[in-house]
Design a protein. Structure first.
Length: 489
């Protein structure tokens, strides 16, 4: 694509040279990835400023650079006020607006995003539709999986990925949308058709100054559904009616709203809920009929996840019987209330619960069917919201017979300082502090006897531990398996 054509989406810019004859082969923000003919976009991040790498980009073959600062370079320089916003526009243009080619579903909220995306994948695939997923665990196109580093990547990565999905004939895109991404404009250029709100509870207050700012960031997804109507392409906001913030979010969108929940007033509602150790059953009433659901997903929080996915699927004109079959075939999501294999006397479960609300939900579920003692292994991440640390510890003590507080991903913080934050002023003594996470998991497994349940919380699907500025291999599921094997031999 000619650079002048690419830049036509920008109403104002200053160029240091004539651009008409420059042919651009790609767009990049990392100078190390630059190939001959690329446009290099300089993004000023929290720790690295792309403007410092213009020389490297030019040496690697960049034909032009986009900046928001006065710079000198050996290649043409295009200057704009905001390179992040310009990047979203240029990426959308370069990849031919891929999200106009298939319906895009965005899922936001504190808890449940990953499970809802995979439930939707199951529903669409049951309906013989090919899906693309972007989320916490991985990126997927059909059955092909790819590694991913952010829950919601930047606008350039997103448009490139959506283009790839379009090239592979995806029928629906499904993505987790974080508050960070919304606040930083990473989702600019995404043409959402359905936006889902799961819930809102305390998290990310290391980034957001308060809960109001956190809520406002979430609401941007619903505002981004647009302000006009197209009868041939209806757009929907799918909102948890039982969440106290639902009224605010309904006001954030001009589009059709479909609500879900377990209380009166929800359009997609669960009734006659029966929670058991191995299954969950309920009747789902909806605008298109009622159906009985018998699922292997455990806990009331998963009832909400199934309702959210069902409401979105109904919005996408998927029949109720297809939704039922998909929900009942779904066996779970990696690291989300995932049983650890190997034990016959007691149960060990790994879950991603890393917020006060999610930890409480999981422990409430376990207490609902536990025959004997409940043990919980939990820590808190470093360089993150410190105010939730004592809350996490208090919830662990409230529901567990014994809590083992340990290291999570301490990052650049002292692990013991994090544990001190968790335990300071605790009302209760039925806990143990074991900084080494492997030792803590082994200790919890050794405590467990017949009929007991061990919850290993906080990391879920993660197969690593961040200590200092290094990442080490560590998988709660594998360590728990090792501990069980050692105990039973």
């Amino acid at each position: 694509m000619r650079l002048s054509e690419l830049l036509s989406v920008l109403p104002f810019y200053n160029a240091s040279a004539e651009l008409n004859d420059i042919e651009i082969s790609g767009v990049e923000t990392d100078s190390r990835n630059i190939e001959k003919g690329n446009l290099f976009i300089c993004i000023e991040g929290f720790t690295v400023d792309g403007h410092d790498f213009i020389g490297q980009a030019a040496d690697n073959g960049a034909y032009a650079v986009l900046t928001e600062k006065e710079v000198s370079a050996s290649v043409p320089v295009i200057r704009v006020d905001d390179t992040s916003k310009a990047m979203a526009m240029l990426a959308s243009k370069f990849y031919d607006y891929p999200t106009r080619q298939f319906p895009l579903i965005g899922v936001t909220g504190t808890n449940g995003k990953t499970t809802v995306t995979y439930l939707l994948e199951s529903i669409f695939q049951q309906y013989k539709r090919k899906t693309g997923i972007i989320g916490t665990i991985q990126m997927k196109i059909g059955q092909e999986a790819y590694a991913i580093h952010n829950t919601t990547p930047d606008a350039l990565y997103l448009q490139k990925t959506f283009h790839q999905m379009n090239e592979q004939d995806v029928d629906a895109g499904i993505m987790e949308v974080s508050s960070h991404a919304l606040d930083m404009g990473r989702t600019h250029g995404c043409d959402y058709d359905i936006a889902i709100f799961t819930n809102l509870s305390q998290d990310h207050l290391d980034y957001h100054p308060d809960m109001s700012d956190y809520l406002h960031a979430k609401s941007l997804l619903f505002a981004q559904l647009g302000n006009t109507y197209n009868e041939g392409q209806k757009k929907f906001a799918v909102i948890n009616e039982d969440d106290p913030y639902s009224a605010f979010l309904k006001k954030s969108t001009a589009q059709h709203v479909i609500t879900y929940g377990c209380q009166d007033g929800a359009q997609v509602r669960a009734k006659d809920i029966n929670l058991e150790v191995t299954k969950t059953t309920f009747t789902m009433n909806s605008p298109i009929g009622s159906v009985k659901i018998n699922s292997s997903l455990i806990g009331k929080f998963n009832v909400y996840n199934m309702l959210a996915a069902s409401a979105a699927a109904i919005s996408a004109d998927i029949p109720l019987e297809v939704i039922k079959e998909a929900l009942e075939n779904m066996q779970g999501v990696s690291g989300r209330f995932q049983p650890v294999e190997g034990s016959h006397e007691f149960a060990a479960v790994v879950d991603y619960a890393h917020t006060p609300d999610s930890l409480e939900n999981v422990l409430q579920t376990i207490k609902g069917f536990a025959e004997n003692n409940v043990y919980v292994v939990v820590g808190c991440g470093g360089d993150r919201d410190k105010t939730k640390r004592p809350l996490m510890a208090s919830i662990a003590l409230k529901y567990a017979d014994e809590a083992i507080f340990t290291s999570d991903n301490p990052r650049t913080e002292d692990p013991q300082a994090i544990l001190d934050d968790m335990t300071e002023g605790l009302d209760g003594t039925h806990y143990t502090v074991i900084e080494n996470r492997k030792d803590a998991i082994f200790h919890s497994i050794n405590l467990a006897e017949k009929g007991d349940i061990v919850l290993i919380a906080g990391k879920g699907h993660e197969a690593y531990q961040d200590i200092g500025r290094n990442r080490y291999d560590f998988d709660d599921r594998e360590v728990a398996k090792e501990a069980i094997l050692a105990k039973e031999n």
